[in-house]
Write a protein that binds this ligand. Structure first.
Ligand code: PMP
Length: 361
């Protein structure tokens, strides 16, 4: 018998999920793609051939080894991870953010971060039915340790996320201010070091000092965004609990095989990161010369700038084939702000030329 009314999403999907806007990714076909902080350089031909061999030899009829010991050993060696701490792998660091939040999301749990911050801290908190509390940065985007301490005292967050360098502002917070937050936090502190290769600074060596610290990294910004591999490093008692949230085979055979083949040559990615840092400084200097444009110092692979009319600049760049991110409206501190990924020298030249045209009207 045919039913008169079939079940609809409205009848079963959670109200808070229906009220959410999905994470939007702008179509980028044929564009100079400077919206997602990717590494613009591909891999050299000889390394691609090694990847082809690694893929050809992968056992895709088998589930992956969830422990991935060879990959973890390689990460330890190539990413200077300290001995005596455990590693958790994720399908991108996005997945690890969600795992950490799910693990702490007791009824009434609070997830805290200085804001503006990476959007997935809030999104994952909502999905896990935890409350997200953003503590505004100072207007110069520095970490307001006083406000963070007061907010932590009042709201007792299960986890505090601090991105180091921060996305979308690009700056590194003062190390002493971050330490004050870690020392005063009533729970776990995740230092999200997605952009650490562009900053040369890290809290990894301070894990021993702070038992409630978890350092989160990703290979995405280093040049492997398409692979989806993130990792967290912390004391084993934290990793053991968070690991229970992980799906049984979250990092596939191909991701493991390809990551291993590339990490054997990690210097290729490190050299690309060094080239991006040089380009960042050049682009910063060029943009700073433009009247009416405020460019903020960045230790990441992107630049944040304030213009008189962000939407007009965004649309003007789009019309000229350059895709950037318009952050206006996402946070009061990001009024009229755009974010540009640092591209190759030729992409940056196109960006600058298009930007000058747009400004000339
Ligand atoms: N953390 C920060 C601060 C980010 O900016 C991003 C990506 N934009 C991520 C984590 C997630 O990266 P992925 O899932 O690619 O590892």
């Amino acid at each position: 018998m045919k039913r008169s009314e079939s079940p609809s999403p409205q009848s079963v999907i959670r109200e808070d999920i229906r009220a959410l806007a999905a994470y939007t990714v702008h179509p980028a076909q044929g564009m100079v793609k400077l919206d997602a902080m990717e590494n613009p350089y591909g891999l050299p031909g000889w390394l691609r051939e090694e990847l082809a061999r690694a893929v050809a030899g992968a056992q895709i009829n088998r589930y992956p080894d969830p422990e991935a010991p060879a990959l973890k050993a390689l990460l330890r060696r190539t990413m200077d991870l300290p001995q005596g701490f455990d590693i958790l792998l994720g399908n991108g660091s996005d997945e690890i953010i969600a795992m950490v939040i799910s693990a702490v999301a007791r009824p009434g749990a609070v997830v805290m971060a200085p804001t503006p911050a990476f959007a997935m801290y809030r999104m994952s908190a909502i999905l896990a039915k935890a409350e997200f509390v953003g503590v505004p940065l100072a207007p110069d985007f520095s970490l307001d340790a006083q406000s963070m301490l007061a907010a932590m005292q009042e709201r007792r967050p299960g986890v505090v996320f601090v991105a180091y360098p921060n996305n979308p502002t690009g700056n590194l917070f003062d190390e002493a201010a971050v330490c004050r937050v870690i020392e005063a936090a009533p729970g776990l502190v995740v230092l999200d070091e997605a952009y650490h290769v562009f900053a040369g600074r890290s809290f990894m060596s301070r894990l021993r000092e702070y038992p409630n610290l978890l350092v989160l990294r990703t290979l995405s910004k280093l040049g492997l965004a398409g692979l989806r591999l993130g990792y967290a490093v912390a004391q084993s008692d934290w990793i053991r609990e968070i690991d229970k949230v992980r799906g049984p085979y979250n990092v596939g055979v191909l991701t493991q095989a390809v990551a291993q083949a590339i990490l054997e040559h990690a210097q290729v990615l490190q050299e690309q990161a060094a080239a991006i840092r040089v380009e960042r400084e050049r682009l910063f200097a060029e943009l700073r010369r433009l009247p009416g444009v405020e460019v903020f110092p960045s230790e990441a692979n992107f630049l944040l700038l304030r213009v008189p009319d962000a939407e007009a600049a965004f649309q003007g760049l789009l019309a000229r084939g350059v895709l950037v991110r318009n952050l206006h409206g996402s946070h009061p501190l990001l009024d009229q702000c755009l974010r540009f990924t640092v591209g190759t020298p030729s992409e940056n030249a196109l960006l600058l030329a298009a930007f000058c045209e747009v400004r000339a009207g």
